[in-house]
Ligand binder design. Structure first.
Ligand code: 13P
Length: 254
């Protein structure tokens, strides 16, 4: 499979932004702006409480709705958590896993992610696994070591023939919310490395695997990033909160 056959994915991670009313306003503005974006998959990842409303409002459109996190257990005494079954019941299409903010502020571990990724796949949810290095790790020359550790650990329990169903988002932590986007060379190099890590287990699956770039993606820099040979789309934070700028990034991926 050549890079051209991987459909790009533009996903908007809203983090802890937008009430249901604000989400409705956003989606009504977004839908007409992305209705002709053929050849691009589009997803929004709103807060849990907005999921049912966003699923209703996007029905019949090209926009899919993902959660921002999920527990690995089917059910249990895990106060404040949400299971794959609960997400599926309301019709959610996929789930972000291992975002750096979850790793940093909520103690999300590679051990937990190793369980979460196959649980999501088995449930029929499309996982987007987030990986990336800190500024300090990059400066020390440890970027590849960090990526190798995260990709190998977090995908360890995914059967080889399902690897290509996992979307991986490379998000250098120093580029998140800082306006300091990775250079095209930095993004291409890290993302090609991530793909090579998947290829260590299966070359064929690595060709299927979509690897996204995330970190200060804006309408102004999206075209250049999306044109890179190994970049299969973007995970967008701040710029996904505004319908016009998110739609412009979707257009850049066509
Ligand atoms: P920004 O686009 O705001 O830098 O956020 C990136 C991100 O964390 C998406 O998950």
């Amino acid at each position: 499979m050549s890079p051209g056959t991987r459909t790009p994915l533009i996903a908007g991670n809203w983090k802890m932004y937008k009430t249901v009313a604000e989400a409705e306003e956003f989606i009504q503005a977004l839908l007409p702006r992305v209705s002709t974006a053929d050849g691009v998959d589009v997803a929004i990842c709103p807060p849990y409480l907005c999921l049912p409303a966003m699923l209703d409002s996007t029905r019949g459109s090209r926009v899919e709705v993902y959660a921002q996190n999920m527990h690995y257990a089917e059910a249990g005494a895990f106060t404040g958590e949400v299971s794959a079954q609960m997400l599926l019941e309301v019709g959610v299409h996929g789930v972000l896993l291992g975002h750096s903010e979850r790793r940093e502020y909520f103690g999300e571990s590679d051990r937990a992610l190793q369980l979460k990724v196959p649980v999501a796949l088995d449930a029929g949810l499309r996982p987007i696994l987030c990986v990336g290095e800190t500024e300090e790790e990059r400066e020390r020359g440890d970027t590849e070591r960090k990526l190798r550790h995260q990709v190998q650990e977090d995908l360890a329990k995914v059967p080889v023939d399902r690897l290509g169903d996992v979307v991986i988002a490379y998000e250098p932590i120093w580029a998140i919310g800082t306006g300091q986007v990775a250079t095209p060379d930095q993004a291409q190099e890290a993302i090609a490395f991530v793909r090579a890590l998947v290829a260590d287990r299966s070359r064929e699956e690595a060709e299927r695997t979509r690897v996204l770039y995330g970190g200060s993606v804006k309408p102004e820099n999206a075209s250049e990033l999306m044109a890179l040979p190994d970049v299969d789309g973007a995970l967008v934070g701040g710029a996904s909160l505004d319908a016009e700028s998110f739609a412009a990034i979707v257009a850049a991926a066509r």
